[in-house]
Structure formats: C-alpha cells, structure tokens
Design a protein around this ligand. Structure first.
Ligand code: F0G
Length: 410
C-alpha cells in the first residue's frame, strides 16, 4: 500500500493511517487519505490494471485497505451508458449515464463500504454504525453481514424509502428510527461511536470516500482514457462529489490524464444549503433546519463534507444548480422511458440539473457529459405510484376493446 497518512484539510495535522479518527482532534476539520504518489509509476499502474476486470479493487494501489482481506460483494464496474435518445432530445452531442444502481445493493455506497468495512475488520472493530437517508444503511448492513460484524443504523423515522429500509432489515442490521431529520440521526450516531467504540461509516469516514473515488477511474477507462468535460451529480452530504473529484485529480497527478472535468453539483429546492452557499459566494455553509424534497436520499440540511465539496467545485471550475421536485420526477420518467434506466429520484436530480444548466447556458451542448445515477429506481417504488399514471383496471371480457382505445389501434 502507498498510503502515507490521514491529513486534516484545514490545519494539515497528520494521523497514522491505522488511527481510528474521523475528524481532526485539533481543529475539527475533515481528514483526507494521503498517498506517496512518487512511488507510483503511471505506465506500470496501467499495465497492472489492464489485467484486472473493471471493479473497485482493480485500483487497489490507490486504495487504503488490504486487498488480501477484502470484504467484497463485487462492487464497481457499473455501466457507462451512452444515452443517445435523451441526448438528441436535449440537443446534446455526447451524454452518458454512469449507472450506480448496478452495484450489489443498488447504489454507489457499495464502492465506499467495501473499503470502509474492510478497514473496520483491519482495525479490529467490534461493530459498525451509520446514520442514513437509506442507501448507506442498506449498503453498510450488507457489507457488515458479509464481514460478520453487528451493524447499527439510525434513520429519520418515516423519512426513508421502503426498499432501502427493507434491505437494512433483511441483512440483519439493528435499525433505530428516530424522531428527527437525517442530520439529527448523524449527530446521535457520531456521539454513540465516540462513546461506545462502534466504527462509524458515514461519509465523514475518510476511508469510505476512497472507495467512491474509483468511479472517476472507471469513467476515464470506459471513455478510452478520456476525461469528460462535465460530471453532473446529486449532492446530499457532499461526500461523493468530493470523492470523485479526488479520483480525477489523482489521475492527473499520476500523469495518466492531462485534463480534469468540471464538477457540477445538483441539489433539490427544499434541501439546497450547499448550492446556496456556492451561488451566493459565501465562505461557510448555513445549515437548513427542515430540509424537504421528494428525493429522500438527499433530504439533508447540514452536509458534513461541504468544505471538501466546495473545494471540488471551485478547483474544477464547476458549478451547482437547484431543481424542483417536479423537475426531478420528470427527469426520472424521461430517463426510464428514453433509455431504459430506472433510477431513484435523487439520481434523476443529475438529469434534471443537466436540463437546467443547458437552459441556463452554463453547460454547452457540444460537451461530453457524464451524469451519475447514484441509486436504483426500485429502492423507492412509492414515488412512481404517487407521480406516474395509474395502471388501467379492466374486466377480462373488455381487454381487447380497452387496449384498442388506450393504444389507439382499435
Ligand atoms: N444519491 C443517492 C441515491 C444517495 O443515497 C445519496 C446519499 C446521494 C445521492 C448524495 O450523496 O451524500 O455523498 O452527497 N445518501 C446518504 C445515505 C446520505 O444515507 O444513504 P452524498
């Protein structure tokens, strides 16, 4: 392994890579995993990688966990789908969707959890824990089960999608539903982890984000060692945008690519503290008390990774936008019907955001664009039932007549 340390992004204080520390003990800043890139040679890496299948662990030289002890369910290697029908509707030259719903538990969280839970085992953790809007808990529950570790998840009561809750329960996690928001749940679980020695696997855990950065390596490889002009993705707790940016920066640092993409974050109208900070050019994030959106995965008022994410947007010369719930559901339907990709509402925010940024002239139509679809549509079936049209109920004797009427071919 080529890991050097855990380094505070605010004050620069360093911690040993095997320390159980989530934020800087001196200043409370977020931590980043640092590597000795000088010991890694691009040509050698490319040669080794060319012999391995597309997956998170393909890139083990740039990961902080011991691959010989990996806790894996076959994560990563998701499709980068060229979306020609949607592209032509939007008038865009080259549009792709990186479909993270193809991961083992149906979301991008698995990229982080395979590393985070492997690390938990390495560090001798007795149990894992997280707060969640749904997907983190589903993923952590599955990987903890695979590792044989007890798992505690705290979710905001009545506020997470059914499919995700069911996954956590199925994998045997202890699920506490608290009266409050995701942000309240995260505060509680952080306190618990400090006091009881549970291993925290929210995205404040720097090791978890290392797994998530592999999306950048995969996109580059799937485009034939090309870097897109833009990556468009939903922002909740703001870990993923930070992680993916790090991945692209590393490829440039190693001399594997020369360019980096502009990172474009999308938030939902009722839960957009990060977007507002960027749009208003503020130094600090002002948390939102009661976030609300149909996209429950990103219903977050106090994104813990805001400072890393701000750096990602600023350094990459990217941007942010805000979309309404209606735009999110419309985008979800469009993607499902034009491209055969059924994604959950938070994921569709990336498409809704693209539409908006094209209209605003922020993104131009001749760019190469990758939208990240972060989770599978089946996670949240109730949205479809609520917002799409009802199925037709019909007596069996009238099927032919009704079909003729409905399909206009009677
Ligand atoms: N999309 C989906 C489907 C998510 O589940 C999440 C986050 C995000 C986007 C936002 O990613 O937090 O890295 O900015 N879900 C977390 C959870 C918070 O608990 O499952 P982020």
């Amino acid at each position: 392994m080529f890991v050097e340390s855990l380094k505070c992004i605010e004050c620069g204080r360093e911690y040993a890579p095997n320390a159980i520390v989530y934020t800087c003990e001196a200043c409370g800043g977020l931590l980043d995993v640092t590597y000795d890139y000088s010991r890694l040679e691009a040509s050698k890496l490319l040669e080794i990688w060319s012999r391995r299948p597309l997956s998170v662990w393909k890139y083990q030289e740039l990961l902080p966990a011991d691959s010989s002890r990996k806790v894996s369910l076959g994560e990563g290697g998701t499709g980068l789908h060229r979306c020609s029908r949607l592209a032509s509707k939007l008038g865009v030259k080259e549009l792709y969707v990186k479909n993270e719903g193809e991961n083992p538990t149906g979301s991008f969280k698995d990229r982080g959890m395979t590393i985070g839970v492997t690390k938990a085992v390495e560090l001798g953790a007795k149990a894992t824990a997280c707060a969640s809007t749904g997907n983190t808990s589903a993923s952590l529950a599955a990987y903890s089960a695979k590792a044989g570790l007890p798992c505690l998840v705290i979710v905001p009561s009545g506020k997470i999608a059914r499919g995700k809750l069911v996954q956590a329960v199925a994998h045997g996690a202890k699920v506490l539903a608290i009266k409050g928001s995701f942000d309240d749940a995260l505060k509680e679980v952080r306190k618990l982890c400090e006091k009881r020695g549970l291993y925290l696997l929210n995205s404040v855990n720097p090791f978890r984000l290392e797994g998530q950065k592999t999306l950048a390596y995969e996109v580059c490889e799937q485009l034939g060692r090309r870097v897109p002009d833009r990556i468009v993705l939903p922002v909740g707790n703001a870990g993923n945008i930070s992680a993916i940016w790090k991945g692209f920066k590393e490829l440039r640092e190693l001399g594997i690519t020369r360019e980096t993409p502009k990172m474009m974050g999308v938030q939902a109208e009722g839960a957009a503290p990060f977007a507002h900070m960027i749009l208003q050019n503020l130094d600090k994030l002002t948390p939102l008390d009661k976030p609300e959106t149909v996209a429950s995965a990103i219903r977050i008022g106090a994104p813990v990774n805001w400072s890393k994410a701000k750096a990602a947007v600023v350094e990459s010369k990217g941007g942010v936008t805000v979309v309404s719930d209606e735009e999110i559901v419309d985008a979800q339907r469009e993607l499902a019907r034009l491209e055969g990709l059924f994604v959950e509402p938070a994921s569709a925010a990336s498409i809704a955001g693209l539409v908006k940024m094209l209209e605003q002239g922020v993104i131009s139509r001749d760019e190469t664009i990758v939208c990240v679809a972060t989770g599978h549509g089946l996670k949240d079936p109730d949205i479809v039932v609520r917002f799409y049209e009802e199925p037709f109920e019909v007596e069996s004797s009238r099927v032919e007549e009704v079909v003729g009427r409905v399909l206009g071919c009677g």
